[in-house]
Design a protein around this ligand. Structure first.
Ligand code: F0G
Length: 416
């Protein structure tokens, strides 16, 4: 769709054929703009098209569909969670299961658009900094497009599943001393002097465009309505900004009347945006040494903080923090009540939901959609450690199984 880029701060405009990530005038974030009056009513054609990111191609910023690089992303289930809902005393709770995406996280929605744009611009190499999921997704989509991928990861632990994906898909991986924020700054500077390498972190507004389709799908799956609340984990803050943009566009197009409240959850020791929200501030103070078991959101200086705070304030939403213990408890609870295994960062949203319900900030009758951002198998080692499992080997006999499981033999006394 015809579009241009606009700075969210000074309003400077840029042509879509330029390779540009931030405003050349003031350095702030860019947003992709369309002339919404030119959109024709798409609801009729949507009716017979299955859910997927590219179902909404008319609302996505790509010149030619022949440039689309797709692995079949989007179209994830919106699962009703009645057992968890009952526990939390919520009548209408749904989980958008983003772990069903091709590489196991919501990042694929952004990456299909981002890598397609890279192809459109004629790039041969793509790069990102990542806590894991972005790199897995970038590596897979780059492979599909026949591009080389470069991935910068921070020091310390990277979830094994995610690292394995990047390796298998052939990414060139460099570990940067420092945390995610240092890795992101490094790749930003690196792609600034290697103009031929296309940066695909969410600072690139084309990523956000792909991720906004999550809002369209939720609207579709709820029978052409927005929920009352959308709750999700927040790290670099691209996703909350993207989903809010999606809902706002549905509103601008006259497809929904009411917008949802956007509720962002951060880990207690990596919570610059939640801290700002609690102080009712319009800017953030970076956290210099962010720490949490949810490595995906271990971020102290989120790039999209301004867009995220806008989303929360504009939607009359909120931000909350959760501890690592609350995250692991929520992960286990969801797995056991709903059969859904999600990674720790994703479970932060369930932990946050519990807290917010306890505070009386979500009504029993409201429709709440939680975004399960990534699959649990991405990060199995963290979880196994927290369970302290000791497997005992037994002889292949019934009595041994009973003994191992602590079951008593029931003696049946026959009476005649
Ligand atoms: N959940 C998961 C599973 C993630 O991987 C991320 C971010 C988030 C939530 C937070 O989303 O950054 O848009 O606010 N992961 C990035 C990465 C940082 O490198 O994979 P956000």
């Amino acid at each position: 769709m015809e579009h241009y880029l606009e700075c969210i701060n000074c309003g400077a405009k840029y042509d879509s054929r330029e390779t540009i990530y931030v405003c050349g005038r003031c350095g702030d974030l860019l947003d992709i703009k369309y002339n919404y009056r030119e959109f024709k009513d798409l609801t009729e054609s949507w009716l017979n098209t299955p859910l997927s990111v590219w179902k909404y191609k008319e609302l996505l910023p790509l010149g030619r569909t022949s440039n689309i690089i797709s692995l079949g992303e989007g179209g994830t289930n919106l699962l009703e969670c009645s057992r968890l809902g009952t526990t939390l005393k919520l009548k209408h709770l749904h989980m958008k299961n983003e772990g069903e995406n091709p590489t196991g996280s919501f990042k694929d929605r952004g990456m299909t658009v981002g890598v397609s744009k890279a192809v459109e611009l004629g790039a041969k190499i793509v790069a990102c900094a990542s806590t894991g999921n972005t790199s897995a997704s970038l590596a897979a989509y780059a492979a599909k497009a026949g591009l080389q991928s470069i991935v910068l990861i921070p020091s310390g632990k990277i979830a094994l599943g995610k690292l394995t994906q990047a390796i298998v898909h052939g990414a060139r991986i460099v570990q940067v001393k420092g945390n995610f924020d240092d890795a992101l700054q490094t790749v930003f500077n690196f792609t600034n002097y290697h103009k031929d390498i296309y940066l695909l972190n969410s600072i690139n507004p084309y990523r956000i465009e792909g991720q906004k389709t999550l809002a369209y799908e939720v609207y579709d799956q709820l029978g052409y309505e927005a929920p009352d609340n959308v709750i999700l984990p927040v790290g670099n803050a691209g996703n909350i900004s993207a989903i809010w943009k999606g809902f706002k566009e549905l509103h601008i197009l006259g497809l929904i009347r009411q917008l949802p409240r956007m509720i962002g959850i951060q880990a207690e020791n990596a919570a610059p945006i939640a801290n700002a929200f609690k102080l009712k501030k319009r800017d953030i103070k970076a956290v210099t040494a962010p720490e949490t078991i949810a490595t995906a959101i271990r971020i102290g200086s989120p790039v999209s903080w301004k867009k995220a705070l806008n989303a929360v304030y504009e939607s009359q939403g909120l931000m909350e923090t959760v501890t690592d213990t609350e995250i692991l408890d929520a992960q286990r609870q969801l797995a056991r009540l709903e059969g859904l295994f999600i990674e720790p960062a994703s479970a932060a949203s369930i932990a946050g939901l519990k807290k917010i319900v306890d505070m009386g900030l979500i009504g029993r009758d409201e429709e709440t959609v939680c975004i399960a951002t990534g699959h649990g198998l991405k990060d199995p080692d963290t979880i196994i450690k927290s369970y302290n499992i000791n497997l005992t080997e037994i002889n292949p006999m019934e009595e041994s199984i009973d003994e191992a499981l602590g079951l008593k033999q029931v003696m049946v006394v026959k009476s005649n």
